[in-house]
Every structure is written in C-alpha cells, then in structure tokens.
Design a protein around this ligand. Structure first.
Ligand SMILES: Cc1cc2nc3c(=O)[nH]c(=O)nc-3n(C[C@H](O)[C@H](O)[C@H](O)COP(=O)(O)OP(=O)(O)OC[C@H]3O[C@@H](n4cnc5c(N)ncnc54)[C@H](O)[C@@H]3O)c2cc1C
Length: 450
C-alpha cells in the first residue's frame, strides 16, 4: 500500500491527511515537532487571554486519528533523502515514503539584531511560543514592560494579549503609520489612533537597534536605532513578519527560493514531493496574490487540492477571489478583492472611495477602476460584510455604482452591525456627482445567483 508522509500537522498538512483518508485507504503518517495533535494556531491568543483552554483549540478529539488510521509521529525531520525516498529524524529511526507532502509552515523573522536570542526575547507562532509568553509575562504583574518589534497582524495580537494582563507595551513600528504597506492611509491612521487609545506606546518611524542583556543574560532593555534611547523592559516580542520554515531542506535537491517552489498542482521539482500551506511558493503568482500566502484558509485549500491530485484526480490550485479577515484589538477587519495601499502594487487606474464614521472607529475603503468603474475590492473596519455577496459581485465584474446601490444586501447582520449605507452612499454621491439611491435589503437577491 502506498505510504503518504506529511511533514507538518498544521491546517495544510492535516487537511491533506483528512481528505486523502476520505478518498482512499492509503497509509498516512503525519510528522510534527510541535505538538502531538493539530490545533488552531489562530486561537493561541485566546488561550493566553483566558477565553479558552489550549485543549479547546483542538478541533478533533484525540481518538479521531487512530480511528481514521492516520499515524501521528512526534519528531523533527532533519533531512529529506529523495533518492532513497527516506526522511531522517532528529531522535528516531528514518521513515520511508512513497509520496511526501511538505507542510512545515512559517517561522518568525529575525533580522540579526544584537541580542535577538537572549532570554526573554521571543516570537509568537508556536505552542512553545505561547508557553514562553506565559513564562515571560505571567499573570501577576511581574513583567514591568514588553517591547514588541514589528507592526503587523501578529504584533498587534501580541500587544492585545499583553494588555489583557495590564502589561505596559511599547510597540516599535518601522513605517510612518501602522501596517501602511497593506492598508490605505485613512485606515492605517485610524488604527494608529486606536492603538494609542488602548494605552499602547506606539512608536512610528522607529527601528530596533539592539536588545540589551542583564548580568544573567536576560533582556533588560532595548535601544532604539535612531536615537539610542534605552527602553527598560522584561521581554521583547519579535513580530516582524514570518518566512517559510524550510531550512532543513537546504541541499535536499528540492528547489527552494523563499519557500518550496511549486507549480499550480503544488508539485515540487522532485517527483512525488509536494508542498502546501505557508511554506510553499508558487513559481508564478496567481493574479494579484503573493507567491507565498501565509493565511489559514489558503493552507486548507491547498490541503484539499493536493489530496485530490494524490488520490488520482489531478487538480490545480485555484483559490478564487482574495479575501481575508482579522482583528485589530476590538475592531473587526475584512477585505474582499484588492484594495492596495500606495506603493508599487497599486495600479494607476485604481481609484479609492473612503468613508469614516464621524465618531466611532468604523470605516470602509472601496477600490474601483477609474475609467470603467469596475469594482475591484473593499476593506471594512467595524462593519461585517457577507463574503458570498462580494465574491459574486467580483465574479460578475459589477461596477462600483451597482455595489453602492445594493450595499445593504452585503451587510452581514443588521441587528448586530448598525447600517451606515445611507451615509456611505450619500458621501459617495457628493464626491462623484452620482445620484444613487440605496436599495432596501432583499433576501431574495441575496440567496439568488441571478
Ligand atoms: C498568532 C497567529 C495568529 C494568526 N491569525 C491568523 C488569522 O487570523 N487568519 C489567518 O488567515 N491566518 C492567521 N495566522 C496564520 C495562519 O495561522 C497560518 O497561515 C497557518 O497556520 C499555516 O498553516 P500551515 O499548515 O501551512 O503551517 P503551520 O501551522 O505552521 O504548521 C506547520 C507545522 O510543521 C511543523 N514543522 C516544521 N518543520 C518541521 C520539521 N522539519 N519536522 C517536523 N515538523 C516540522 C511545525 O512545527 C508546525 O507544527 C496566524 C498565525 C499566527 C502565528
């Protein structure tokens, strides 16, 4: 019987294992160095904040794997020997495979800062990082200050986690506004304000120079690169992005760039070896997507896709329209289609319409084609929208006026999320000289594909 071995028990590897099992009786082994069982990485913050226990982040009961004949091996793969179709592990016997799926995810970036490996300096990625954070910022106010380096989604999560325990936080952000490589100016500025209002000491245009040690080799302060200012602290969070966790594949003969290079079928250059999830890198990006997509749902999609191919139904990876969601402290963020910040990715034809609530931290930005008016995408903060409606409008290549007219259909739950469509449309009308009348919400329209 063919033996499928998967390195990595994250969302990508586990989805592949589950779908291969659904479709076949092949032997399946999943190897991971991190935890015995699959857990939801995106829920780590809620464990720290006391909203759930770690066990609750595991979507499957522990008996599930045995019952479904998926062998789980705890171990670290040090080498892939593709000529002998064999994996070498750190502290155990080699494992033979017929088909290999590499799903080893990401690791937090470290840019060679002096002091980056001191005690008390950590990333936020793994279960081990959660345990380290529990030790570095225990729930009894012994952490006098934490400094977080790098202003992205994981940085703000870490800040929220630490603030939930009243730890004073200084947040060093290299850019002149929070996450402005991704977010247009209005949104990024709104988040700057929000972060400060949550008593986080946000330092824009600020780079880490050095992490300073005490006499025991533990962090005692950071020094700012630009000014030399020393900020005393008991821990440092390194959250300056992630990159594929593939160092163990160096010299394996598998083609690597930043990630493991794959084609649309998620095949590497070596027969019978595939790569999926955060660690994989498309030869050619798909549409506007990045060649490496470090998000949860694309890992799941790649897992499903590779399972099809391995079970005899060769299938290309087609992720559809881009979407994503996240939370910035208590503000929900969603994005559908493409809304680019100023920068090289933004095309000349991309025009933006921005609306912000006069008092609350609620806003939207819509992108559309300057000439054809084709709707290109939307970012929303503090308003939850219906994914299927925007997905449909993007597929139908609707124009922005249509989106404005039927915006109420896209509002997720008017009972929970107040409706601001009239204000949004009236601002749009006055800016663009239109006279659009927002239509009433229609469930018939929402659930029909017409
Ligand atoms: C704190 C946090 C919050 C996040 N929030 C969101 C969110 O809200 N929305 C979203 O879309 N995405 C979010 N992400 C990103 C998302 O979690 C990842 O995109 C996703 O988990 C990647 O899944 P994966 O299966 O590719 O890899 P991973 O989940 O990283 O799993 C890979 C596994 O392989 C193991 N491994 C690696 N190398 C080896 C080896 N040599 N031998 C054995 N085992 C190995 C690793 O230890 C790990 O267990 C978040 C990430 C973090 C860290």
């Amino acid at each position: 019987m063919e033996h499928i071995v998967i390195i990595g028990n994250g969302i990508a590897g586990i989805t592949a294992a589950r779908h291969i099992r659904k479709k076949s009786d092949k032997n399946i082994t999943v190897i991971s160095a991190e935890t015995d069982y699959f857990f939801s990485r995106t829920a780590l913050m809620y464990v720290f904040m006391g909203h759930m226990k770690f066990e609750h982040t595991q979507p499957y009961e522990n008996w599930f794997w045995k019952k479904n004949q998926i062998d789980l091996v705890k171990g670290y793969v040090t080498k892939v020997d593709h000529q002998n179709k064999e994996l070498h592990l750190k502290d155990s016997q080699p494992i033979k495979y017929d088909t290999l799926i590499i799903a080893t995810g990401s690791k937090p970036n470290k840019f060679g800062w002096p002091g980056q490996d001191l005690e008390g300096v950590q990333g936020l990625y793994s279960k081990q990082d959660l345990d380290a954070l529990e030790a570095n910022a225990p729930n009894n106010k012994v952490c006098r200050r934490a400094v977080i380096v790098g202003g992205g989604l994981i940085g703000i999560e870490m800040a929220e986690m630490l603030r939930s325990r009243k730890v004073p936080v200084t947040f060093l952000v290299r850019e002149n506004s929070f996450w402005n490589a991704v977010l247009p100016t209005g949104e990024s500025q709104m988040l700057n304000e929000h972060i400060l209002e949550h008593h986080i000491d946000l330092r824009l245009n600020t780079n880490l120079g050095e992490i300073l040690a005490d006499e025991n080799g533990r962090v005692r302060a950071v020094a700012i690169k630009e000014t030399g200012e020393e900020i005393p602290c008991d821990m440092v969070g390194l959250t300056a992005g992630v990159s594929p966790n593939i160092n163990f594949l160096k010299d394996s003969g598998i083609e690597l760039a930043r990630g493991v290079k794959v084609n649309r079928y998620l095949e590497t250059n070596i027969p019978d070896i595939y790569a999926i999830g955060d660690c994989s890198e498309q030869h050619e990006p798909i549409g506007n997507r990045r060649p490496i997509e470090a998000v949860w749902y694309t890992g799941r999609m790649m897992g499903e896709t590779v399972a099809q191919t391995i079970c005899g139904n060769k299938t290309g990876y087609k992720p559809g329209h881009w979407f994503n969601s996240a939370k910035f402290l208590d503000i929900e963020y969603q994005t559908y289609g493409w809304v680019f910040a100023k920068g090289p990715a933004r095309k000349d034809f991309e025009q933006h319409f921005h609306w912000r609530h006069p008092k609350e931290k609620i806003c939207i930005t819509m992108a559309f084609h300057k000439e054809t008016k084709q709707f290109l995408g939307i970012n929303t903060f503090g308003i939850r929208m219906r994914h299927e409606i925007f997905d449909r409008w993007l597929t139908e290549e609707r124009d922005v006026n249509h989106v404005m007219e039927y915006l109420k259909d896209a509002n997720f739950d008017p009972e929970l999320y107040a409706q601001y469509e009239s204000e949004i449309v009236s601002k749009y009308n006055s800016e663009f000289g239109t006279s659009i009348n927002p239509q009433k919400k229609s469930w018939k329209r929402i659930f029909s594909n017409a």
